[in-house]
Design a protein around this ligand. Structure first.
Ligand code: SF4
Ligand code: SF4
Ligand code: SF4
Ligand code: FES
Length: 253
């Protein structure tokens, strides 16, 4: 990345940037919030969640800020009524395949005040019993976009839990297909034990031939849990629950 300074406008404020930065990187550095669910700093943008859409003067449609390079003299809007409505619809579609009932429940504040204990891995039908409930970006962004109803019918995948592996348990029903775990395993750990499988509605994160992780080259480093699902999307996730007392002390590369 060169040090040559260019400038663009975000929400009518002039901001300098370096060549090679994306719109999201420029905005984030300037303290401008753009919602994301599939972005991980320094890893290849996936462009899957489409929550980071922005409006760029002269560009058709709504480019995703995480995968669009910043250009000199760009004029970018990161938040207006149109973008907000689009983001709400996009997130509602994601929620329609995730147990969302707690997120839009009239009593959700009351439940949270009661402060139930975290539950360990298991089939979760909503935030109330979910081990991610105290640190969940999906929940935070749903609140940020003030979604209090999802008109789409819930399509619960009803997939079996995967509990055969020693350290990691998987509830595929909670996965929002952000791809963070896949990129973490492939790009950060350079192991490639998991990837997307199937297409369309049947898309899922899987090992090759759907083997148990222990039958793959997985090193049970926990990076997919610690560096993706739990920390950045949904703590203890969505997909994985990990018994941290037995995790080998592997340094992330
Ligand atoms: S992952 Fe987040 S949104 Fe989903 S049930 Fe758990 S706390 Fe709620
Ligand atoms: S398991 Fe988690 S990190 Fe991986 S794709 Fe699903 S939601 Fe994203
Ligand atoms: S535990 Fe480590 S090696 Fe195994 S799938 Fe996750 S990131 Fe890949
Ligand atoms: S963060 Fe840009 S598409 Fe998901």
């Amino acid at each position: 990345m060169s040090d040559k300074k260019n400038s663009l406008e975000i929400n009518e404020t002039k901001i300098e940037f370096s060549e090679g930065q994306t719109i999201l990187e420029v905005a984030t550095k300037a303290g401008i919030f753009i919602p994301t669910l599939c972005y991980i700093e320094n890893l290849t943008p996936y462009g899957g969640c489409r929550l980071c859409i922005v409006k760029v003067e002269g560009m058709k449609g709504f480019p995703t800020a995480c995968s669009t390079s910043a250009q000199n003299d760009m004029k970018i809007i990161t938040n207006n009524k149109e973008l907000r409505n689009l983001r709400r619809e996009v997130l509602k579609l994601t929620l329609s395949e995730h147990p969302f009932s707690c997120l839009v429940c009239d009593n959700k504040g009351k439940c949270e005040d009661e402060g139930r204990n975290e539950s360990k891995a298991g089939r979760s039908f909503g935030c109330f019993f979910c081990s991610s409930k105290d640190n969940c970006d999906l929940k935070k962004i749903t609140n940020y976009l003030e979604i209090d109803d999802v008109e789409y019918q819930l399509e619960y995948k009803n997939s079996s839990l995967k509990r055969a592996d020693p350290f990691i348990e998987v509830d595929p029903n909670m996965c929002i297909l952000c791809g963070k775990c896949v990129r973490t395993c492939n790009e950060l750990r350079k192991i490639g034990a998991i990837n997307f499988a199937n297409r369309g509605h049947d898309t899922k994160v899987s090992t090759a031939f759907d083997l148990s992780l222990i039958d793959t080259n997985c090193q049970f480093c926990g990076a997919c849990v610690e560096k993706s699902c739990p920390a950045l999307v949904c703590k203890n996730l969505i997909m994985f629950s990990i018994d941290k007392t037995h995790v080998p002390d592997v340094k992330f590369v």
